[in-house]
Design a protein around this ligand. Structure first.
Ligand code: GRF
Length: 208
């Protein structure tokens, strides 16, 4: 069995996508093909970090406000991530746009999950924006990160139907249904990338 690929997961919030990855690894430590080696965040006190600590994983926090410039923050995030020698970096609800240095180091192996069907509704409010537009289906997109906002090559997408009652709570229930699909998709995609490798040609991602 090949050595598991090393994952660093970045979080900003509840970390249920991180948990799904941790559960997948725990369910099949040799067969899954990857292991989480560290979890990073841009803020303290989030449940995502607590999940990592409960799993006995090293964590690091790199806050924008602790640095004079965004470039310095980006360098510190790059170094903190690189210290764990990841094969893949996963942004699982990490609510920051990384900079040039991070992308120079991890571009082409930095995966993000977004709660809308890109290229529609990029940015921090994908669920709310899709609902406001009145779409009948939305979903989630797992993609490689490039220098734009949620604009990198798409690896996989999952579809979720919008219900009339989703308008009543501003999208909270819809986001929960999207996250159910998103967690499964992220686990499946990261496992396939780790086990089979992949090619990125222009915008097309192929996994053999
Ligand atoms: C996910 O829907 C992600 O796409 C979005 O924020 C959510 C994070 O959820 N950006 P969690 O922290 O993994 O529970």
């Amino acid at each position: 069995m090949a050595t598991p690929k090393r994952l660093v997961v970045l979080v900003s919030g509840s970390g249920t996508n991180l948990q799904a990855l941790l559960d997948a690894v725990a369910a099949d430590p040799t067969g899954y093909g990857a292991e989480v080696v560290a979890v990073g965040a841009d803020r303290e006190g989030v449940e995502g970090l607590a999940r990592a600590e409960r799993a006995g994983l090293p964590t690091f926090v790199v806050k924008v406000k602790d640095f004079a410039t965004r470039e310095q923050w980006d360098r510190a995030l790059t170094e903190a991530t690189a210290a764990h020698e990841p094969d893949l970096v996963v942004s699982a609800g990490f609510m920051k746009i990384v900079g040039k240095e991070f992308l120079a180091r991890f571009g082409g192996r930095f995966v993000n999950t977004h709660p809308a069907l890109l290229p529609s509704f990029p940015g921090a409010h994908g669920v709310r924006d899709a609902l406001a537009y009145g779409v009948k289906v939305t979903g989630c997109t797992v993609h490689f990160v490039d220098e734009g906002v949620d604009s990198g090559p798409i690896i996989a997408q999952g579809v979720v139907e919008v219900r009339d009652e989703d308008y009543a709570d501003g999208g909270a229930a819809l986001h929960e249904r999207i996250k159910e699909v998103e967690r499964k998709l992220l686990v499946e995609v990261v496992g396939r990338l780790a086990r089979h490798g992949y090619r990125i040609e222009g915008r097309k991602v192929s996994i053999p």
